[in-house]
Design a protein around this ligand. Sequence first.
Ligand code: ARG
Length: 464
Amino acid sequence: MAQLWGGRFTGSINELAWDFNASISFDQRFLEQDVTGSKAHARMLAKQGIISEEERDSIVKGLDSILEDVKAGKLEITSKYEDIHSFLEANLIDRIGDAGKKVHTGRSRNDQVALDMRLYAREQVLAFSELLINMLKVLNDTMRDNVETYMPGFTHLQKAQPVTLAHHLGAYFEMFKRDALRMQDIYHRMNYCPLGAGALAGTTYPLDREYTASLLDFFGPTLNSMDSVSDRDYLIEYLSALSTVMMHLSRFSEEIIIWNSNEYRFIEIDDAYSTGSSIMPQKKNPDIAELVRGKTGRVYGDLMALLTTMKGIPLAYNKDMQEDKEAAFDAMDTVNHCLTLFTDMLRTIRFNKANMEKSAMMGFTNATDAADYLVNKGMPFRDAHSVIGRLVLACIDRGCAIDDLKIAELKEFSELFDEDIYDAISLKTCVEKRLTIGAPSPVRMKEVIALNDKFIADYSMEKR
Ligand code: ARG
């Protein structure tokens, strides 16, 4: 055991208590962030004349050499140390002697860990923005190819009105676009530097917090030292945004699973993203989509764990906060895998356009348009609704579509039917006439696809 706090103690800690308290098994992920933060801190201390320039150089070199050795497998991070901060400081002192003992001047592990988590989360927010933009590209490219791929739109999982594949995928574009915008929001709120807050009340050393913040690419320092060490709001926002990403992925997965079923056959999932059965030779299962749907619960759980951990903590730092890490890491790792895999799977899906169109034809998705036809010929909508209802019932009986009936048969239901009915209720007309903003007509979809291209090209994290 190599702890940073021996002086005040006469007895030694119980072994189980040591293990229970230690965080090195998971916070070793912060190695790079801790080195980056410590180097910036040492540079600021030297600029302020709190340590000498030689000491600064020696600290920076020492920290870099430790990082290098760990990466090269020459130095092992072991449970002898309580956390990654202790590991680095002890090894620094081993390597450079007394100068190493000065790196913690004007700093506490409380602001140190707050900084590490912010640096780590900030990188992750940027990584997720990129993953989301990749997803948007795949969606928009697929939309571009399918503005005239007809399919049924559903309500209650019942065929409702005809749409196109571009329109259906466009709904997911909007969802993931909002997710990408949420990443920008979180980035702009979180990008302030907590280092220099000390344990909770700042410090008597003349630290230049603006300088440290600029060295670490933050917009500036955080403004209340007690809040700086005990704020995890940005993580909660982040996990909430990730939960929403998972909710979107899960809904999409559910559709992929349905579309892939024997009954629908709208899509063919590439072999690279399917698995078989150990007993049933005919099976090709959509396991990736099912797992993404399943893992959604786990990410929600991480968010709930963090919210619950934070809810009873008085100001300022309390050890409960150490619990933020495993939940946050688990959520980030899980969503990263899900989003990456799902996007790759989507890119390789083959759409059975003929089956989609056939399904739209056979599902009476043009029934509303047939009613609208009668309205245009002078019948009140409620009467037209009832005429077409009876017509649909007759078609179900005969196992045919409205379009399959002869004009004489149609006239039995209403004298208003004429030859132009067939064109009026064709899938093409039904879709092309839906011209309102946000509707599926190819004209409108092409406008949206152009806007989507612009959104993708303009997306950035620049300071607003
Ligand atoms: N491992 C701790 C954490 O993750 C680091 C901060 C420790 N601070 C303290 N006062 N014990 O929160």
